[in-house]
Design a binder for this molecule. Structure first.
Ligand code: NAD
Length: 310
């Protein structure tokens, strides 16, 4: 058996094209497009790529997309002042501060900064007000990555209600909201993490297995019930040839790509899982593109919440 590949690129393009009429109607009615303001502090290379992709996707959709850059030497007060400006801006309906923030800002910087974003403009869904609303299953802004996973499952006709779902990872950004969204759709949900004993055996009970760990090839075939749907959220840029050798046999196209480039983006799911799973998301081209599509969906939603729908 070879798993059906769930194509995140195609679905992302479809969702973005579905958003287009809403963006055009909002713009026509309010005399300005929905606006996204992104705050980027420092020059982390991966963050720069993510931010560029988000800005490009928002612009392509006809949204206003502004990048507010701060140097790595910025103080926490300067970051908070930038967020306050965007909170007060009549042109910005959505705000996101790219994670991670520089370590020099201190261990609690992310929490302090996310808490400062106006919950109505919090298109990443990280503000405690929005987290609370999600837990209580009230309408709210939900983080894009788990939202994208749900879109992928629903539009691929993979039943969630009644399914046994296992989420590996308990972060505020992916694991916890993922578990909540599955629970609210009537899955029976187990959350596993770094201290879970017998993880492979628990994972192997899942009809829907979501891996959000950040460890290349962590999920091997023994974690997977035959025919299960496996969602690979992990994104790791690998530069260690030994890791690549463990994932891809000699002669494999991706191993050759690594040899040419010296790095390769891989997920949490070992490629051998494709022989066991019923459906599988690729990395890249799975959950990643959907995260961006759902972010844009959140920006339009936030705009309509603040100033009313078109
Ligand atoms: P995180 O580091 O905050 O959380 C990782 C989680 O994995 C933790 O809850 C931890 O308990 C668990 N974990 C770590 N080691 C483990 C082990 N040995 N066994 C079981 N569980 C273990 O990471 P995150 O922000 O949730 O991101 C997870 C992965 O998803 C990363 O690779 C990240 O790059 C990726 N990510 C992808 C997208 C996307 O758009 N596709 C978005 C966000 C994050």
């Amino acid at each position: 058996m070879s798993a059906r590949l769930l194509d995140g690129n195609a679905l992302s393009a479809q969702i973005r094209s579905e958003l287009q009429p809403g963006v055009a109607a909002f713009t026509a009615r309010h005399g300005r497009p929905p606006g996204l303001g992104i705050v980027l502090v420092g020059d982390d290379p991966a963050s720069q790529i993510y931010v560029r992709n988000k800005l490009k996707a928002a612009s392509e959709l006809g949204m206003r997309a502004d990048l507010e850059r701060l140097p790595v030497s910025a103080t926490l007060d300067e970051v908070l002042a930038q967020v306050a400006r965007l909170n007060a801006s009549a042109d910005h309906d959505g705000i996101l501060v790219q994670d991670p923030l520089p370590e020099t800002l201190g261990p609690h910087a992310a929490r302090i900064v996310f808490d400062t974003i106006d919950p109505a403009k919090d298109v990443d869904g990280f503000h405690p007000v929005n987290v609370g609303r999600l837990v209580q299953k009230r309408p709210t802004l939900v983080p894009g990555t788990p939202l994208g996973v749900i879109a992928l499952l629903e539009r691929s006709n993979i039943p969630i209600a009644g399914a046994r779902a296992v989420v590996i990872g308990r972060s505020d950004i992916v694991g916890k909201p993922m578990a909540m969204l599955l629970l609210h759709r009537d899955a029976t949900v187990t959350i596993c993490h770094s201290k879970t004993p017998d993880l492979a055996a628990i994972a192997a009970t899942a009809d829907i297995l979501v891996a959000a760990v950040g460890r290349p090839g962590f999920v091997t075939p023994e974690f997977v019930k035959p025919g299960a749907t496996v969602i690979d959220v992990g994104i790791t840029s690998v530069t260690d040839a030994a890791v690549i050798a463990r994932l891809f046999p000699e002669g494999h196209a991706r191993r050759e790509a690594f040899a040419r480039r010296g790095s390769l983006v891989v997920g949490d799911v070992h490629p051998a899982v494709a022989a066991v799973a019923g459906a599988l998301t690729p990395v890249p081209g799975g959950v990643g593109p959907l995260t961006v599509a759902m972010l844009l969906s959140n920006v339009l939603r936030a705009a309509e919440m603040v100033v009313g729908p078109a």
